[in-house]
Design a protein around this ligand. Structure first.
Ligand code: AMP
Length: 425
């Protein structure tokens, strides 16, 4: 017996139905805002991934040399591939460029509930605008997806990476060290952060400001409180102003339920401004179902600098969150017909009728290629969740009729073959 590789999953039809449903809702909402779908390869040049995320990422990658000696990696996320695609296909085209993707990603991580080695992301990027309405729209799309899905228990946290960075700027901390600080904050490594700030020689006042901001989380007046804390600090205050503008525009997009979270850092180095995360608290440790923000990556990958804002949903976690919310995926039971002939002589007729039902009546319909007798065919249809069985019996057939049995009620009716086939209209 072969086993699946660790951290991967098989999806059976019931699960696939849920996944396709959620995917459909996501596509509809994304397209409603004018985002267009793209698909990129499952593997990329290793360098694309390390240029974006640093050499350390290799530890978490599936990477390999192909037979031509090229270093390749299975994609661990879709932003870098999307930016590569933008640079090669769209850089000269009018802005904004609005693209979205749904695809599988691979990370060599310790599997646990909500954390897999193969998982799916559904995300988008709005490239070209640094105005607050662009950031606000991106957040609104994510919220709209959750509303359209009917997820009840989630919380949106909005922050701004620039506020912490400007404090560090003013304290003379260079970009690379800033990235390390942000990394420690993102991972919630309190002690490491303290140690780092010690070695960077941050003054008492700056440390106080940092500590104060990291704890600032609350309603919209949090911005006001932060203003008081940061009095006289021009750089960080300007960033707070831009956060406020985004929050204002969020209101116009109809998003009013959020937590202002000034301690949010998001791990990766290229975030520049607005950042946001969405949590589904019921998921416990792996509760982050969506993460994103404004970033500047195009130029890092060799393109012309272009402001970008985007996010990625952890698709699998979205499904888990809906399940935890007792979401009913299959409320509408779809019709599925099984056509059964009671004699072999009528088999060809059964095939013909099932074709007509599919093509003329648009009803999902199949024959039984196991040639079961009627009794067995009925129990099979019941067990497999068919809605109807079409029975071709010799007597009825001679009169141009067939029997249609509705499995849920057991009701049987005789119908004219011409009518079943849609010839009557
Ligand atoms: P990231 O690219 O790390 O910001 O991840 C974006 C989203 O993908 C996260 O919010 C998670 O919901 C999801 N995600 C990240 N890693 C995994 C994983 N190993 N398994 C399942 N979902 C993941």
């Amino acid at each position: 017996m072969f086993k699946r590789p660790r951290g991967t999953r098989d999806f059976l039809p019931d699960e696939m139905e849920k996944r396709r449903y959620v995917e459909g809702v996501i596509r509809r909402v994304f397209e409603g805002y004018g985002y267009q779908e793209v698909q990129t390869p499952t593997f990329e040049h290793l360098e694309l991934i390390t240029t974006k995320s640093g050499e350390e990422i290799k530890e978490h990658l599936y990477h390999f040399k192909d037979k031509g000696g090229r270093d390749l990696a299975l994609r661990p996320e879709l932003t870098a591939p999307a930016m590569r695609l933008y640079i090669s296909e769209y850089q000269q085209k009018p802005k904004p460029r609005k693209i979205f993707y749904i695809g599988n990603c691979f990370r060599y991580e310790r599997p646990q509930s909500g954390r897999y080695r193969e998982f799916w992301q559904a995300g988008l990027e709005l490239i070209g605008s640094s105005y607050p309405e662009a950031d606000a729209e991106v957040i609104a799309v994510a919220v709209d997806v959750l509303e359209a899905l009917g997820l009840k228990d989630y919380s949106l946290h909005v922050g701004h990476i620039g506020v912490l960075r400007r404090i560090l700027d003013e304290a003379g901390v260079g970009e690379e060290d800033q990235n390390r600080v942000m990394g420690a904050i993102d991972k919630g490594e309190g002690e490491a952060l303290e140690h780092l700030l010690d070695t960077l020689g941050l003054g008492a006042r700056e440390r106080e400001l940092m500590a104060g901001l990291l704890e600032m989380e609350g309603e919209r007046d949090t911005i006001e409180k932060a203003r008081e804390l940061l009095e006289g600090r021009e750089g960080p205050l300007r960033e707070l102003d831009s956060l406020e503008e985004v929050v204002e525009k969020l209101g116009s997009f109809g998003v009013t339920d959020y937590v202002i979270d000034l301690g949010m850092a998001r791990g990766l180095d290229y975030y520049t401004g607005t950042v946001f995360e969405i949590y589904a608290p019921k998921l416990g440790a792996e509760k982050q179902i969506c993460g994103g923000g404004a970033y500047s990556l195009v130029e890092v990958l060799g393109g012309k600098k272009a402001p970008t804002c985007g996010f990625a949903f952890g698709f699998d976690r979205l499904i888990l969150a809906l399940e935890m919310d007792k979401f009913k995926f299959n409320e509408v039971k779809k019709d599925r017909y099984l056509v059964v002939s009671t004699t072999e002589g009528l088999l060809d007729e059964a095939i013909r009728i099932s074709r007509s039902l599919r093509e003329r009546r648009k009803i999902p319909c199949q024959i039984d290629p196991m040639r079961r007798r009627l009794g067995k065919a009925l129990s099979y249809a019941d067990a497999e969740g068919f809605s109807h069985v079409v029975i071709l019996g010799e007597e009825e057939y001679k009169k141009g009729k067939i029997i249609i049995k509705e499995l849920e009620t057991g009701r049987q009716s005789l119908m004219d073959i011409r009518e079943v086939e849609g010839f009557e209209s």
